[in-house]
Every structure is written in C-alpha cells, then in structure tokens.
Design a protein around this ligand. Structure first.
Ligand code: C6P
Length: 405
C-alpha cells in the first residue's frame, strides 16, 4: 500500500523545524531517525504519571512500569520473530550489544582462533573484536569488498575455514547502503559450526527481520535508528548460547543470590541486564515499534526504494559527482564526493539551505581507505522523506559547487 507521506510527516514534530531560516530537509536518518509524537508521549507519560523502577517493587507504579517495560520486550520479540521473549536483552545501543557478545562469548575463544568480519564494518563491529584479539591472542580476518561496495563472496568462502570461531557481519552498510546476503553467509558459516552475529543497526528500519529464518545466533540494533529514543539497544541471542555465556556486568537484578562467598546468576534475560535499565526509553521504544508496525515495513521499504532510485538519478546528473556505494542491493543511503569540495564544506554549505546530511568517515575508516577518499557526504533517507526534498538537496549542491568555481 503506498504511504500517505503528508499524513506521516504530521506525526513527526521535528520535521516542522526551520534551519538557517529555511524549512528543514532532514536527510541524516542513518545517524538517527526522528521520533513520532507517540514515542514522545509514551516517554513523558511514564515520567509524568508512573515514574518507577522495574522488577523491584510490588507497589502499583512499579508494577505498571514493569509491565510497560516488559511489553516492549514482547513487541521486539514479535518484530524480529524471535522464538522467546527472554532471548531479547536490553542494552544501551548496538555498540554495547556487540561489546557484550565480544566480551562474554569471547570467553570461549582461544589463542590462534580466527574472528571474521568485513571491510565495510562500522567501527563498533571492528574495535570490540580487536580488543578481544589482544586479550586472547585471536586473529582478525577481513572479507574484502569490491568497487561497488559489495562483499567479495568468493573471498568469504576462502576465508571460511575451521580456524574461524566467530563471524560478525553487518546486514546493511551505513556508509555504502549495501545490503549483504547474510542468510546465505550464515548458512555457510553454520556448515562449519561457526556462530554468527548480525549487526542490524541500519537494517531494522528498512527490512523486515526474521531471526529464525535468518538463523543468526545474535542480532543487534539500536532503538534510535528505528524512530525510538537514544540510549536503548537490543541484543537478540539464541537461548542456548546466552545460557552458556558468562554475564557481562555484575550488579543488581542480574543475580539469583549473593553471599560474600558466592553469587549465583539470574535467568535470562536478566542475567545480562545489570543495574537499573533505561525504563522510560525502553517504554518509548515500545511505542516506536507499535508505530512502525502500524505503517508496515513492506510499505516503508517500497517508498524508500522509490526515493533511492530517484535520488540516484537526480544526483547522477551533477557533473563529476562520484557515488560511493553502487551495490545492486541497497538501502536508501546516498554517499558521494564532489571534485574540489571537501565533504565537510559540502555539509556546511547545504546546511545553509536547510539540508541536514552527514559528512565524514561515518565510523567506517576502512571503507574510506578502500575508495581512497578522506570522507564522503551522505544523504540517508527514511519513510517521511520526499522526492521534493531530494530536489532541494541537488539545488543546494549546485549552489555549493558554484561557491568553489
Ligand atoms: N551508525 C551513522 O551515522 P550506536 O551508535 O551504538 O547506536 O550504533 C553503532 C552502529 C553500528 N553499526 C552500524 C552499521 C551503524 O550504522 C552504527 C551507527 C551511525 O552511520 C552513527 S556512527
């Protein structure tokens, strides 16, 4: 069903903002998405009428907060089609989720074991594994990419040997937009009993996710890239693996019993949720999941693919523009460079026209190195963007070019 974009736009108060005296054109959705009013209401409602800690009190407010908090877990379980709600663990973001797995699952890795990632990973899916390699003497192996920004799958097959004890791979690249064939890769890895983590930070707002169909062992993402608040992330893990893994942090809520001689740990998911969680924002994330469910990810994806095709066409008309990331299967991310203008200058100049894009290395320095650029300008699109906004971007880019002529 085609989306009614003008109705959807009314749900996002931030879209009404003016920037530099111009109506805002927000094209930085891969960094974070705007939040619908329903999410803002859910957070304020919690703070205004039932502020309370969770899992601790028997008083009415605490029970209400606990029910709303746990309802988000159930909604997210359904969102990714996990088998069980206790396979869903709340963290503070994708970054923390990956660190949790690298730290906790890393316990089972030994000197000489190999960890496989790719050249297009976000730093969050590189550095925690490097730290693990330093601790344990493991080796980091890299799946290379081609000049379209796609994984070279023949190289993946060659790298996938019995020495590999973990594969951690991004589903959708934040700087290139590439959608990776993760289901096929997981199948290959599982033939050698290699567990797989999928970094879904950029996938969740563009693709329907079914973790049972993918058969991934871990799936991680952030609420704030899915129209929810910052400070909430998810780690999905298969129950048997999570049960085997040691806790990441110690503290309240993650214990069954504590004496000075010995502590025993709580059951899933609490074993991995030490301390007071981000109650209000988890509840807000629940409202975001309801919102996305109502609009439908299939409808969102269809609109975004139309925008991506249009954006690619109108940007390509600019002489000498170089699109970075031209994979066959792409999410709505348009990374580019222009000759003679540094991406940071592009960002500053289009901002004067009210257009918000991200410029820099996008926390993917190896990708910049591959394409021999210091940085790119990146327009990343979402369900509420329009073709008119892409036209405004192109106009703003032409103006920016004129400054440097
Ligand atoms: N990418 C971007 O502008 P956090 O910061 O923990 O919510 O997400 C980290 C992360 C991990 N993997 C991928 C693929 C990502 O895109 C991100 C975040 C943002 O592209 C901020 S750097």
């Amino acid at each position: 069903m085609p989306l009614n974009i003008s109705e959807i736009r009314k749900d996002f108060p931030n879209l009404k903002a003016q920037v530099q005296g111009k109506p805002l054109v927000y094209l930085d959705n891969a960094a974070t998405t705007f939040k619908p009013q329903a999410v803002i209401n859910a957070i304020t409602d919690h703070y205004r009428s039932y502020t309370s800690n969770v899992h601790r009190g028997v008083h009415t407010l605490s029970e209400k907060a606990t029910a709303a908090f746990e309802a988000t877990r159930e909604k997210f379980k359904n969102f990714i089609n996990a088998a069980k709600a206790h396979e869903v663990i709340f963290t503070k973001g994708t970054t923390e989720s990956i660190n949790l797995v690298a730290h906790s699952y890393g316990h089972f890795l030994s000197e000489g074991d190999e960890i496989l990632i790719s050249e297009m990973e976000h730093h969050s899916n590189i550095v925690p594994w490097q730290m693990l390699c330093e601790r344990k003497g493991c080796k980091l192996k890299i799946i290379p990419i081609n000049n379209q920004g796609e994984l070279i799958l023949e190289e993946f097959d060659k790298l996938l040997t019995p020495k590999v004890k973990f594969l951690s791979i991004v589903y959708v690249s934040n700087s290139l937009g590439t959608i990776n064939p993760v289901k096929q890769m997981i199948k290959h890895a599982h033939n050698l009993n290699i567990p797989v983590l999928v970094d879904g930070a950029q996938a969740v707002s563009h693709l329907e996710i079914d973790v049972q169909d993918l058969d991934c062992d871990f799936f991680v993402c952030s609420s704030h890239k899915l129209f929810g608040p910052t400070g909430v992330g998810i780690l999905y893990g298969k129950e048997d693996l999570l049960n085997k893994m040691p806790p990441y942090q110690g503290g309240g809520d993650m214990i069954a019993s504590v004496t000075f001689e010995k502590t025993t740990y709580n059951v899933l998911p609490y074993k991995f949720e030490a301390g007071t969680p981000n109650v209000a924002d988890v509840i807000g994330f629940g409202a975001a999941l309801d919102y996305v469910h109502r609009i439908g990810l299939k409808n969102i994806a269809a609109h975004e693919q139309e925008l991506l095709a249009y954006g690619t066409k109108v940007l390509s008309v600019i002489a000498d523009i170089r699109l970075i990331g031209t994979a066959k299967h792409k999410a709505p991310v348009l990374s580019f460079v222009l000759p003679n203008i540094h991406p940071h200058d592009i960002g500053t100049l289009v901002d004067r026209e009210g257009v918000a894009i991200r410029t820099g290395h996008h926390c993917t320095q190896p990708v910049m190195k591959h394409f021999r650029v210091p940085a790119t300008a990146r327009a990343s699109l979402s369900m509420y963007n329009t073709k008119d906004e892409l036209d405004i971007l192109v106009k703003a880019l032409r103006k920016a070019e004129a400054v440097f002529q």
